[in-house]
Design a protein around this ligand. Structure first.
Ligand code: MG
Length: 479
């Protein structure tokens, strides 16, 4: 009696502490980012040529976001936004150095280590963090994922077409061999890309299993379906959309493996899974953007609007559709809010918390009054509400660039009525065009416009190293 009575306060305290920690344990996050997956390439977004049963089920169990956007029609700047919650221009990552559209092996630039990635924002809340797959924010040792908040990195630091591809029946003698890395070490050269999706998936599952006792953030960034596309024997030659479709069907399988493992580990109710793409699909490479105009490398909807699925059983309404504008920059503030983590307060963060949209709160609206479309450093378009104004601009950075056009007059599209941007209605709605033009002027003051030689007032510098080297040596030219 006396023993129980004397221990009672301790037992009550322990029970309270346990329930408090259970209540405050932050959710796990799995962010699946495909490379160059278009809006017409998966079942939930209308593909009939590529079979995606696992993504179909993910959509049925979660939310489909049909007005979800990236901040650039290409890899590096888009990924900089996803990681930092900022426009690429804000963090100096709108242009790979040396005039390239993205970072290439041995580039001296990278995402500045003073920038705070999602991984770094979540770390103080006790998260285990991993990047499995493609990084593309700098391959110098200073810029690797392990220096940007990720405990674990397994993957390729840039695109899968930037190496020699010697074991894929093609050799580029002037390129360094593609490095497959673990942490900051190169563990293989020119890995067999047919096995990439399968190997990434195995590593992702191992990370989930090893981290299950604490909250975790897994950034699973597929190398596929970026050109050249590969799939393992189980998927090669099986889809109705060629190699592109094969690689997407394997990504679908991979997502099914991840979701099945969450269920088996009883982590379903604790885990928020977001599935999206880094830019719109490249049509010449086999992608489809459904009804959207153009594709990768442009600021048309086909370049910026990407498929997005969000699943968190019990928290995100099953079978729901979000039609409000949301952007990859919103991922950081939203994850931070859910984790009880701090969004960096000493700098401008452009993304917003979109949890009210994801939770399906009645009447929830987009937090973005305006959304700005840059092609590299050039402001090309402004979105506000249903309206999108294409600004007059010269094809940039040069007229020979693919899909870039010169416009002498602004064009206005109503995306609610004309998602394919086919009917310019600027003449019918001059007031709307003027309102969006004013938003563009405010943006130019803030972020600048390189093609007009306007410096932004609130842009930060990218990281830069004095002596850049390739991670793997470029072989000597054959004599
Ligand atoms: Mg890409």
């Amino acid at each position: 009696m006396s023993t129980l009575a004397s221990h009672l306060p301790l037992i009550v305290f322990a029970a309270l502490a346990l329930s408090a920690s259970a209540a405050t344990r932050p959710p796990n996050f799995i962010l699946i980012n495909c490379d160059d997956l278009g809006c017409g390439d998966i079942g939930p977004f209308g593909s009939t040529r590529i079979k995606t049963p696992h993504l179909d089920r993910m959509a049925a169990e979660g939310m489909k976001l049909v007005d979800f956007h990236v901040t650039a029609g290409m890899c590096t700047p888009s990924r900089a936004s996803l990681m930092t919650g900022c426009y690429p221009k804000r963090v100096g990552m709108h242009l790979g150095a040396g005039g390239g559209w993205v970072l290439f092996p041995g580039n001296a630039r990278g995402l500045h280590t003073d920038e705070r990635t999602i991984a770094e924002v979540l770390k103080p809340r006790g998260y285990a963090t991993a990047l499995i797959g493609k990084w593309h924010l700098g391959d110098q040792p200073e810029f690797l994922p392990t220096r940007q908040g990720f405990d674990v990195f397994f993957g390729i630091p840039f695109s899968n077409d930037m190496g020699q591809m010697t074991n894929q029946g093609r050799t580029r003698t002037n390129a360094p061999p593609t490095p497959l890395m673990r942490g900051s070490e190169v563990i293989e050269l020119e890995p067999d890309q047919r096995q990439l999706t399968r190997r990434y998936t195995g590593e992702a599952i191992r990370f989930i299993e090893a981290s299950r006792a604490q909250p975790f953030f897994l950034y699973f960034a597929h190398s596929m379906p970026h050109w050249p596309q590969f799939a393992s024997d189980d998927f090669a030659g099986k889809s109705r959309q060629g190699r592109y479709g094969d690689s997407v069907e394997e990504i679908d399988w991979s997502t099914g493996q991840i979701l099945a493992r969450l269920k088996a580990l009883d982590l379903d109710a604790d885990t928020f899974v977001l599935f999206t793409s880094d830019n719109g699909g490249p049509i010449p490479r086999g992608a489809s953007n459904g009804p959207l105009r153009a594709g990768k490398g442009t600021t048309w909807e086909g370049g910026f609007r990407v498929p997005c699925l969000a699943r968190w059983p019990g928290k995100i309404p099953a079978g729901s559709v979000c039609r409000e504008l949301a952007v990859t920059m919103d991922v950081l503030p939203t994850f931070a809010k859910l984790a009880g983590a701090e969004v960096p307060a000493d700098r401008i963060i452009d993304g917003k918390d979109i949890w009210p949209l994801l939770a399906g709160q009645p009447g929830a609206k987009t937090p973005h009054e305006a959304f700005f479309h840059y092609h590299l450093g050039q402001l090309q378009a402004v979105r506000s509400g249903d309206w999108k104004l294409i600004l007059p601009h010269a094809a940039w950075p040069d007229a020979s660039a693919p899909n870039q056009v010169t416009l002498k007059q602004p064009e206005l599209y109503n995306l609610a009525a004309d998602i394919g941007e086919s009917k310019d209605v600027a003449a019918q709605h001059p007031d709307v065009a003027q309102r969006l033009m004013r938003l563009a002027e405010q943006c130019r003051e803030d972020l600048g416009d390189d093609s007009l030689k306007l410096a932004g007032k609130h842009c930060r510098e990218p990281g830069h190293v004095k002596r850049a080297r390739t991670l793997t040596p470029v072989p000597p030219r054959p004599k």
